[in-house]
Design a protein around this ligand. Structure first.
Ligand SMILES: Nc1nc2c(c(=O)[nH]1)N[C@H]1C(S)=C(S)[C@@H](COP(=O)(O)O)O[C@H]1N2
Ligand SMILES: [Mo]
Length: 529
């Protein structure tokens, strides 16, 4: 009983501590919350293969799973410290404070750390947790069955009249524990209210943005570019369905009116420092571009196609005096840095070779959604997101591949990563049971900036059959395809492959996503009947 009470005291102390950190973090910086900073440190230290597995297994829930994992570990540690307090309350309390210190150190070491203030939420949690554990476990150790004052650590507590047969003050313990839990719940609620008031600023800032018309609008979709086949990925991915992959445990909220972008580094003759307003005042172009993630497995969901509005990055670089390596420029790598300290490296040559590399402000007719990089992000056709698509961008440095390894490259991903040609079967779904007879097989294929020229489908071990391709929008976008299959009863394997405009057919050779993107062909098994 006393043990269970001690574990409960630990748990409630931990709860109250983390809850109290919430309003503190909301005032200082939501990104500085103890669970967020420890989670961020964990993300940075997770082996790339595990992270890739987490993205594949938990998808967009990967962050939630991580945070729940941290809370579970914290709960276990808190209960252990509660039990330990039965032997030494001061030492156990010091242990709780130590975890607060760990959080503080993690906070100060975040790449986006805002300085000493970032340590405060964790320090507050450590102090509050230590005090709570000390107080809550008081009634558990301060009263002996024999009666009389306890000569131990809490000599001041006489425990008069509240002792139980078990030798500890149950009523007092329950009162204190209940109060601590209630306090924590209140603090958490205040924290959430403050945080939502704060993110309200960024939301208001986004709502106030009026996107200018492009000087060069995207042409209307050619007729026949969007198939009307149920189950196929829509040609343009709605923002709410667009995949999201990033390391941010809290979506950075960057008000547009304080946003600035600096362009500097090797070979820059005139440093540029742009405000959001100045960026919007430039000639903006609108382009359809398909974005894909290097963590996408063959047949996976991490690809999306949107109509982006933005400034051509090559023009800005030219204005800064940057020349691509092919014209003698000294920098071959452009390192983009986001407000949360993420770094992504892109070949300068690719950005300046005439393709529509954008500093994007709009996505499908609205300002970028916060999760997709509001107010400004990069998008470069033909390159995986981790080497091009910096969200919440605030800095561009011209450097070399030799001189600097950005975030993912430090974690063993390839420094250069053009998108690999891929075709995906969207319908029928794996293990579907279509009626025998005519079944429309359909999906999408992509080879951004090269273009898709052919998609073929094979039933079981039969010959490759040409699929019908939707009309091409641009070579920077995916292409839908469909195939009218006369399904016979039984189990069949459908396999798809695409050929890009260089004439290369997507390889059969399977490669994992690490280090530069998965290869192989997508197959789906169906039971026609
Ligand atoms: N700041 C920041 N930008 C980032 C990332 C990130 O973790 N942080 N992830 C990149 C990766 S791996 C991909 S695939 C794309 C995904 O963009 P989306 O979430 O808008 O689909 O963003 C890129 N830009
Ligand atoms: Mo990615």
């Amino acid at each position: 009983m006393r043990g269970a009470a001690a574990a409960l005291a630990g748990l409630v102390s931990g709860y109250a501590a983390l809850a109290l950190a919430e309003p503190v973090a909301a005032v200082i910086r939501p990104e500085a919350g103890p669970v967020t900073v420890v989670g961020g440190a964990a993300v940075d230290r997770t082996p790339a293969a595990v992270k890739d597995w987490a993205i594949r297994t938990f998808g967009a829930d990967d962050k939630l799973v991580l945070q729940l994992g941290i809370l579970a570990v914290a709960a276990l540690l808190a209960m252990a410290l509660g039990l330990f307090a039965l032997r030494g309350r001061r030492t156990a309390a010091a242990g709780v404070f130590l975890f607060g210190l760990v959080g503080a150190v993690a906070a100060l070491n975040r790449p986006d750390s805002g300085g000493f203030a970032d340590a405060l939420p964790s320090l507050t949690a450590g102090l509050a947790g230590a005090a709570a554990l000390y107080v809550l476990t008081g009634p558990l150790v301060s009263f002996r069955p024999q009666g009389g004052p306890d000569a131990g650590e809490t000599g001041a507590d006489t425990g008069t009249g509240t002792g139980t047969a078990a030798g500890w003050s149950r009523r007092r313990f329950l009162l204190l524990t209940g109060a601590a839990a209630a306090f924590g719940t209140g603090a958490g609620a205040v924290g959430r209210a403050l945080a939502s008031a704060r993110s309200g600023d960024a939301i208001a800032s986004r709502a106030a943005v009026v996107l200018p018309s492009p000087v060069s609008p995207a042409p209307d979709l050619p007729p026949g570019a969007a198939l009307r086949v149920p189950g196929v990925s829509p040609f343009i991915t709605p923002n709410k369905d667009f995949y999201r992959v990033d390391t941010a445990l809290v979506v950075p909220r960057v008000p547009a009116d304080t946003w600035r972008l600096r362009i500097h580094g090797k070979g820059v003759r005139r440093e540029l420092n742009l405000s959001f307003e100045e960026l919007l005042a430039r000639p903006l172009v609108e382009r359809d571009i398909t974005l894909t993630c290097v963590s996408n497995e063959v047949g996976g969901p991490y690809a999306g196609n949107a109509r982006w509005l933005g400034a051509r990055l090559a023009d800005l670089l030219a204005e800064a005096g940057v020349r691509p390596p092919s014209q003698g420029g000294p920098a071959d790598q452009l390192v983009a840095r986001s407000v949360d300290g993420m770094t992504l490296g892109t070949p300068v040559e690719d950005v300046m070779d005439g393709r529509d590399a954008l500093l994007a402000v709009g996505m499908n007719g609205e300002p970028l959604p916060p999760a997709h990089g509001f107010p400004v992000r990069m998008v470069v056709p033909g390159l995986y997101g981790y080497v091009s698509a910096c969200k919440w961008i605030e800095d561009i440095e011209l450097t070399t591949f030799d001189a600097y390894d950005p975030y993912w490259v430090k974690r063993a991903w390839a420094p250069r990563a053009p998108v690999k040609t891929q075709a995906r079967i969207d319908t029928p779904k794996p293990f579907a049971r279509p009626a025998a007879g005519r079944v429309t097989v359909a999906g999408v294929a992509w080879a951004q900036h090269r273009g898709i020229d052919r998609v073929e489908l094979r039933i079981d071990d039969g010959p490759w059959q040409e699929a019908d391709l939707a009309t091409e929008d641009t070579r920077d976008t995916w292409r839908q395809w469909s195939y009218a299959w006369q399904a016979t009863a039984g189990t069949h394997t459908l396999t798809v492959r695409a050929t890009d405009r260089t004439g290369e057919t997507q390889t059969e050779r399977r490669a994992p996503t690490m280090p530069d993107g998965a290869s192989g062909r997508h197959s789906v098994v169906v039971m026609a009947g």
